[in-house]
Design a protein around this ligand. Structure first.
Ligand code: AVJ
Length: 318
């Protein structure tokens, strides 16, 4: 017998995880599924397209802030650092930092091994002087980073307000685990989306071209194509809105009329308007996030925002 190819094993494990999460999420009330399942290949491409939409301000705003502050960050972080990217793939943002910091090394830490390898190989080719390494981590669970205590000082880079996908208590746990993994005298540069006029948020998650809607629908396509679910993707509508009380944007897939989804031998009945909650994207004031960082064991050092106050970049140390 031939051994299965490594990709096949990874695919099988991924499919089993998706199936288990989908069944649990469809049985639950309210129904929901983790946003981490958005990012298969098609989902990652759709997310890149979201970042290009005129209504989606976070990517270009964070990029502009980073361009403005990178010399200052290099100054704060000092020489001989190891840049640790949490969730590889923000290639343009990382390159901006690499050019300014000229760190001793780069460590990409991402949940998807294939994606990580692609990103790090490209980076290594373009930065021949840089020691490029990769670590496969799911930071929604316990994780470790392959860091040498006698090596360069780690500077974690956590861009894109990815931290906003976690509920605040979870976000605190993620940051606390990160602080522990980084060790003492380490830095964290993290992008955090700010609280703002809900109309701006609603527009950002309901772009006119419908890219965010397609990104949300992609979850249903994954259930159909990878798990063999019997469902009508067009029977669900994209819903995204700012929940003021909770301080978060929510995305849902709302059933258009009564219908059913069959998956893994179970049948799930939907009433008209019933939703699958697919994402939370928490927004913080500058002070709220500094408090969160403190409660996770970091010392807030600096924070920068764009002139319109749309987005923030925080520098904290352990
Ligand atoms: C990648 C989690 C930062 O919350 O804005 C974009 C994902 N969802 N449009 C965000 C997303 C819908 C994004 N994060």
């Amino acid at each position: 017998m031939n051994e299965p190819a490594p990709e096949t094993l990874a695919d099988d494990a991924g499919r089993a995880e998706l199936l288990e999460a989908a069944l649990a999420g469809l049985r639950a009330r309210p129904r929901g599924l983790s946003p981490k399942f958005f990012y298969d290949e098609r989902g990652s491409r759709l997310f890149d397209a979201i970042c290009e939409q005129p209504e989606y301000y976070p990517t270009r705003t964070e990029m502009a802030i980073l361009e403005t502050i990178r010399a200052e960050v290099a100054e704060l972080a000092g020489r001989d650092t190891l840049l640790v990217e949490m969730g590889a793939g923000a290639a343009r943002k990382v390159r901006l930092l690499l050019d300014a910091l000229e760190p001793a090394g780069y460590l990409g830490a991402d949940i998807s091994w294939d994606f990580l390898r692609e990103c790090t190989e490209r980076l290594a080719a373009d930065y021949p002087w840089l020691d490029v390494r990769a670590a496969c981590v799911d930071y929604s669970r316990d994780f470790d980073l392959p860091l040498d205590p006698d090596g360069p000082r780690p500077l974690a880079f956590f861009p894109g307000s990815s931290i906003g996908n976690f509920h605040p208590e979870e976000a605190r746990a993620v940051l606390a685990r990160l602080a522990a993994a980084l060790g003492t005298e380490a830095g964290l540069l993290i992008g955090v989306d700010l609280k703002k006029d809900p109309a701006i948020l609603d527009a950002a998650y309901n772009d006119a071209a419908g890219v965010t809607a397609a990104f949300n629908h992609n979850l249903l396509l994954r259930l159909r194509d990878e798990l063999g679910a019997d469902l009508d993707p067009d029977g669900f509508a994209h819903r995204a809105f700012y929940n003021t009380e909770a301080g978060r944007v929510e995305m849902h897939l709302a059933s258009q009329g009564p219908q059913r989804i069959a998956l893994g031998g179970e049948v799930f009945e939907f009433e008209d308007g019933e939703t699958i909650h697919t994402e939370c994207s928490y927004k913080y004031t500058v002070e709220e996030f500094r408090d969160l960082g403190r409660s996770a064991g970091f010392s807030p050092r600096r924070v920068w925002t764009d002139p319109e106050g749309l987005f923030s970049v925080h520098y904290l140390t352990t």
